[in-house]
Design a protein around this ligand. Sequence first.
Ligand code: 26Q
Length: 818
Amino acid sequence: MSDAPATPPDAAEVAAFRDKVLAKLTYSVGKDPEHAVDHDWFEAIALATRDHLVDRWMAHTRATYAQQRKRVYYLSLEFLIGRLLLDSLSNLGLLDIARSALHDLDVDLERIRTLEADAALGNGGLGRLAACFMESMATLGLAAHGYGIRYEHGLFRQTIVDGRQMEQTETWLDFGNPWEFERPETSYLIGFGGSVSSATNSDGEVRQFWHWAEGIRANAYDTPIAGWRGKAVNTLRLWRARAESDFHLERFNAGDHIGAVAEEARAESISRVLYPADSTEAGQELRLRQEYFFVSASLQDLLRRHLKQHGEVESLPQYAAIQLNDTHPAIAVAELMRLLVDVHDLPWERAWTTTVATLAYTNHTLLPEALETWPVGLMERLLPRHMQIIYLINAYHIDALRARDLHDFDLLRAVSLIEEDNGRRVRMGNLAFLGSHSVNGVSGLHTELMRSTVFSQLHALYPERINNKTNGITFRRWLYQTNPALTALLVEAAGPQLLDDPQQYLSAIEAFANKASFRKRFAAQRRQKKLELAQLVEERLAISINPDALFDVHIKRIHEYKRQLLNLLHTVALYQAMRAEPATTWVPRVKIFAGKAAASYHQAKLIIKLANDIARTINADPTLRGQLKLVFLPNYNVSLAEAIIPAADLSEQISTAGLEASGTSNMKFALNGALTIGTLDGANVEMAERIGQEHMFIFGMTAAQVQARKRADAFSAQQSVADSARLHEVLQAIRNGVFSPDEPSRYTALVDNLIAYDNFFVCADFEAYWAAQQRVSDYWQTPDQWWRSAVLNTARAGWFSSDRTISEYAREIWQVMD
Ligand code: 26Q
C-alpha cells in the first residue's frame, strides 16, 4: 500500500472520486466533513466504491440474462470474507485514484481501511475457500451466485485472559454493512415440522402434501463481488430469517403479545449465529434448521429464476450447476426432489435425473467425527416429507444394486443412506454422493483417500463419480493486496502482464532466483514486512521481537490433528538446548502462533494455555539473550493472516499425514516466499512436486505409514519416548510443571495421555521434526541458499491460484467453460 504508483492517476478521475466521497459523506452518512469521524469516512468511501461496483454489476447481470448463460450456484454455510474495501478498490482499478482523492481530503486510506469489520462468516479453510472461489469466479467472468446465511454474529472473537481463550460475541453489523443491499421483495417461506398426507388426483396419480406447522421467512441480502479489472461482478446472496408476519399478527390479534415476540425471536434465531466447527456441536437441531433454511430459500430462488427465463424445470441442468460445499447443504438433494416432484409435478424418475445432473458435491474432510449424520427421529419431526423422500431414494438405490446382482449384506449396509448402528441416523455424505453427478476431493492425496476409505464402496459402484480439484487461493487478495511491495518487485521483473495471468508469468521469476541483486531486494522487502509485524506484536502484546530472527509461523484453527503441540514440543526442546549450552550462538527464532479453538474443545484450549505458559517462561528468561521468543497473537482472522503471512520465513504445515484434506494457508505462505516445514499431507504433496522437495523441509510419517501403524498396534508413544532422550526431557519438563509453577499438575494428564495414546503421532514424528528443524536452522545460515529457495517458492506457486482451480470446476464439473 505504501509504494507509489508508477504513473499518477488521472486527475479528472481523482476529482470525481473525491466529489463522490464528499457527496456520500453529506447525503448518505449525514455528516459534515468538519465533524466526520474516521468511521464516517470509511462508510463514505465504501459507498462511493459501491457505486462503481453497481454499474458493472448490472451490466454483467443483464448480459448473463440476455445470453441465456448457464449459471453456477455455490451453496455454502460459510463465506469467510474478511474486509472488502481493498478488494473492491483494487479489482476495479480504483486504488490509486482513491488514495490520491483521499489524500486531497487529508484522509489516510491506510488507517481508514482498518476500520472495516471482518466479515467472519466462516470457521476456517472451507469458508475462506468459498470466498476465494467467489472472487475467482468473477475474475473468470462466470455467471456465479454464492448462497449462504447472513449471520448476525460471525465466528466468536477470541481474547486471551491469563493465557486462556475466552470467547466473545462477534458483532460485525454494529456499524451497519455498506456493501449489502437488502432485497425486501425477494423473500421465501420455509416450512418446518407438521405432517404429510397423500391424495389421488383426477389422473389417478398419488400426490404428497406437506402441511408444515411453522413457516419462517428468508429475506435476501446481496453483496456484489468484483473480479479482477472489474471483468464481472457477481452476487453473494445471504439469507436472513424473519418471523412470518401473518403468523404473529394472529397472535397479536389474540392479545398474545409475549407469545408473538417469542415466536419472532425463535424464527430469527436461525440466522443469529455461525456454528463453530466442533464435533460436540454436531447433531444440534438449530444447525439442521439453518441447513434446511438456506438450502430451501436458495433452491426456490434459483428455480424461480430458471422458470422465469426458461418456462419449465427439466432443462435445469442445462442452465444451472449447483455446487454443495461439503455436506452442510446436502439436504438440497431431498429438497430439490421435493420441489420438482411435489411442487412442479415431475415424475420421480425424471426428477431424479434432473437432480443428479444439476448437483455436485465437494468433500473437505475424512475425520470420522466431522462426517455429518442426523438422527432419523429429528429429521422426521422437523422435515417429515424429506425423510420420506430419503427413504424412497434409499429404496431405489438398494433395488438398483440388487438388480445388478449385488446382495452382499456388508456392502448394502455401507452404502445405505441410513446408519443402523448407533440409533438410526441419516448419512449426509452418502446422500450428497448419490444425489450428485460429481463428487470431488480438494487435493490429490485427499481424493485418493476418499476413494480408498470413507467412500470406497460407493466408489466401486460409481467409479466415474469421484474426481479431484486441488484447492487454490486468490492471488489478488493473498499477494497483490497483502504484499503490494513484493507485487511491485515481481511486476518490475516479469512485466505487468503478471498481474493478469500470474499462473503463466510468475514462472518468469525463476530466472531471478540466481541473481544476487534480486534476492537482496526480495529479502529487504521481507524485512520491511517483518518490521511491521514486530510493531503489531509490540502494540498488542508488549513483546519485542527481533526482525532479523527467523519468523517461524503456525497459524490456523487449533486442532489436535494440526499438531500445534508438536511445534510446542520443539519449542521446549530448543529452549532446553539453549539453556544447556548458553555460550553457543543459535539461530534466533520467533515462534508465532495464532488460531481459535472451538469453545467446547477442551484439549485444543489446553494447548492454547500451554503455548501461553511456555511463552511466559521463555520470553522472560534472560539466559536466552532473546534468541528464542514465542508469541501467541489473539483473535486470528483473515485480516490478521494478511498481516502475518507476508512476514513469515517458515510456514508450519505439520498435520498428521492423511488428516489435512488440503490446507490453503500453505499456498499463501509459499506464494509470499516463505519456506514450508511440513508433512506429506494434503496439498503439501503437490507443493513438493511443483516447488521441489529441496526447497521445502519435508519430514515425518506418510499417510500410508500412519494407516499401517494404526492397523498394527495401539498408538502408544512409549517406544518413541524411550528412543529419544530429548523428547523424554521435554515431556518431563511440561509434565512436572516447569511452565506451570502456579499449578504444577496442569499438564500431567495431557502428557500421560500423549504417552499412552499418541493418537496424532506427535511423539512418533518428534525426532523427524527436530531433525527437519535443524535443517531449517542450517539452511537459514546460508542466506544465498535460503533466499534462492524463497524466490523459487514464489515463482513456482502459480498453479495454486484459485483461478486454476475454478477453471477446472468450470470445465470438468459445471460445463460452463471450453
Ligand atoms: C459441522 C457440523 C456442525 C457444526 C459445524 C460443522 C463444521 C463446520 C465447518 C464442520 C467442518 C467445518 C470446516 C471444515 C474445514 O474448514 N475444512 C477444511 O477445508 C479446507 C478447504 O478445502 C481444507 O483446505 C482443509 O484441509 C480442511 O480442513
